[in-house]
Structures are given as structure tokens and as C-alpha cells.
Design a protein around this ligand. Structure first.
Ligand code: SF4
Length: 325
């Protein structure tokens, strides 16, 4: 690590002690940020870990909807996000007002449905939902929680929804949203890579379009991918169709393998530009300034209930006072 980054990392560790902070970092963050975190994980793991934090401050290295989720699930904590502009193309694809109008139209037409929402959504959208899922628990919720006889309005990721529809056989109405990173994997380049590495196994995230999933040996959410590569004992080559920083965690946990990212159509690395807004400098500065902070919003009350019964087992029971006493 260059000396300047070393200095910033040391400052962050110092501030962490002063503030009593726990750093949670998503697998899509740069390795240098993940290296400083107390916990790394996918959305599901981080949401669950957020409920266990007992230090007064959570520094969430991820995007806005994730930090909001941490706040909703552990409301008495100060939740800091290094860059408030770290958004998500899936959140942008599903404005709450548009979803509410669409749900109303379905009701007027006598459709019996429940709304299942991918966690990559705003708190207002979560508040309009029956269930919130991540790529790690979506199958379980669709199979076991949505009562038979109900259609599923799945928002906002059409690729994940289509995948779930195929695997579970449930009737779904799919919202037209997609992840800007997973959407652009290049089939042409993947086929070329497969030719160059004939023994390699291809693993893909279900947010990828169907033409990529059809070429994959394994399809699974973020945490499932890490577990899957761990089942190979012999050194193996993997072609990885998901956000490129995921390979950092795979390399750390299972260093016997070789990981090759599947390139995107528009760039060779497929890194999420929203996640990339968080830098070591911004992590340090948000701790220094105790800002930007995620503050409680009116829609958090209802969204929190949906989150808790969807993701936590057992769910959070008594409502927690949002502002502490
Ligand atoms: S990788 Fe895609 S789904 Fe994840 S935060 Fe970035 S834009 Fe959103």
C-alpha cells in the first residue's frame, strides 16, 4: 500500500477508536476499504450484522439504500455514509410515486398480488412492499412466504425477477429496472474467454441478463458465489460475472483459485461507479465530521417493519424508538 494510503488508513483506525465506530463494508468496495472493515458482506449479511452492532456509530461503506437499511434496523445508532451521492441504478429505476400508481392500477383491475421488492430500492418503495429480498434470500421468500394464489409484482430488477420466476414457477409481473453493472456483461467477450480458458467455470449473479446466465455453470447471489468457489478443493479458474471487487473477497477466502472478471461492453472492469464514490479519504472525512449522517425519515417506520420480517429471523419484535430517548 502506498505511504499516503497507509497514513489515511492509520487515521481511520484512530478515528474508529475515538468515535466508537464499527465499519461495515460491502464486497463491491475497493479492497483497501474492505481491509479496514470490521465486517464485509453482501446486502443480506450487512443488514443482519447491522442489527448486532453495539458501538454508538456505524460507518457504512456501501451505497445509500444500504446505509438507510442499517439505520432502520438499528435506529439508535449514528449511521455515517462516506458519500451521500452513492446511489444505485436500480433505486433510480423505481420511483415510489410510479410504483404506487401501478399498484393502484392493478388493484382497480382486480389483480390479487403481493409486492416483492429487491433491497436495492428506496425506503419509500420498501414501505409500499409486502416483502423485501436480497439475492441471498429471494428464493426462500418467493417460495415460502408469498401465499399461493397471489401474483407477485417484483420490483425493481427485471433480470433477478425473471430468474426467480423461472426457478420457482411463480407468476410474476416484472418491473423494468436493471443494474447498470450487471446489465452490460458482454456475451461476446464471455464466449471468447471460455474459448481461451476451456476448463474455467463461469459463475454469475442473477442480476445478469438471461444470455449471460445461460452460459454460467453456477448462478447465485454474492455470498452464495463465495461459498460455491470454496467447494472446489483443486486450484480452478473461474470466470466471474459480477461486480469486479467481489474477486477481492474470493481471493482472500479461497486463494488457491484464479479469478478472471468477465468484461463489460463499455469497460473492461465492471466496477460499480456508485460504490466507487467511496474512497479512503471520504471514509476518514465522514468520521472526522460525523457527516453525512443518515437521519430518520417518516417512511422508515413502515419500511423497517417490512425489512425486519423479511430479512431477520426472528424479526425485530417491539418497535424501537427511532430517535432513541
Ligand atoms: S452494482 Fe448495480 S445494483 Fe449494486 S449498487 Fe451498483 S448499480 Fe446498484
Amino acid at each position: 500500500m502506498p505511504a499516503i494510503l497507509d497514513d489515511i488508513s492509520a487515521e481511520i483506525l484512530d478515528l474508529k477508536k475515538q468515535l466508537g465506530a464499527t465499519i461495515l463494508a460491502h464486497y463491491y468496495q475497493d479492497g483497501e476499504i474492505q481491509a479496514l472493515a470490521d465486517v464485509t458482506g453482501d446486502s443480506l449479511k450487512l443488514a443482519r450484522e447491522a442489527t448486532k452492532v453495539d458501538s454508538p456509530v456505524i460507518v457504512f461503506c456501501g451505497v445509500l439504500f444500504m446505509a438507510e437499511t442499517a439505520k432502520m434496523l438499528n435506529p439508535s445508532k449514528t449511521v455515517l455514509l462516506p458519500d451521500l451521492q452513492a446511489g444505485c441504478s436500480l433505486v433510480d429505476a423505481c420511483p415510489a410515486e410510479k410504483l404506487a400508481r401501478y399498484q393502484e392500477m392493478l388493484r382497480i383491475n382486480g389483480r390479487k398480488f403481493q409486492t416483492v421488492t429487491y433491497i436495492n430500492s428506496s425506503a419509500k418503495v420498501k414501505a409500499l412492499s409486502d416483502w423485501v429480498v436480497t439475492s441471498g434470500n429471494a428464493l426462500e421468500v418467493v417460495k415460502e412466504k408469498v401465499p399461493a394464489g397471489y401474483e407477485i409484482l417484483f420490483v425493481p430488477d427485471k433480470h433477478l425477477g425473471r430468474y426467480l420466476q423461472e426457478v420457482t414457477g411463480r407468476e410474476m409481473i416484472l418491473w423494468d429496472g436493471s443494474c447498470m453493472v450487471h446489465e452490460i456483461f458482454s456475451v461476446h467477450d464471455l464466449l471468447k474467454q471460455k474459448k481461451e480458458h476451456p476448463k474455467a467455470k463461469t459463475i454469475a449473479h442473477p442480476e445478469c441478463p438471461k444470455n449471460i446466465l445461460e452460459l454460467a455453470d453456477f448462478v447465485g447471489g454474492t455470498e452464495a458465489m463465495v461459498k460455491h468457489v470454496g467447494t472446489y478443493k483443486e486450484p480452478t479458474e473461474f470466470l466471474v460475472a459480477t461486480e469486479a471487487n467481489m474477486m477481492w473477497e474470493m481471493q482472500r477466502k479461497h486463494p488457491q483459485h484464479t479469478y478472471l472478471g468477465v468484461p463489460g461492453i463499455t469497460c473492461a472492469c465492471n466496477k460499480c461507479p456508485h460504490m466507487a464514490r467511496n474512497t479512503l479519504e471520504k471514509v476518514r472525512d465522514c468520521m472526522k465530521n460525523r457527516s453525512p449522517e443518515i437521519t430518520w425519515q417518516p417512511e422508515f417506520d413502515r419500511a423497517k417493519e417490512v425489512l425486519a420480517r423479511s430479512l431477520l429471523n426472528p424479526p425485530l419484535s417491539a418497535p424501537v424508538h427511532p430517535h432513541g430517548d
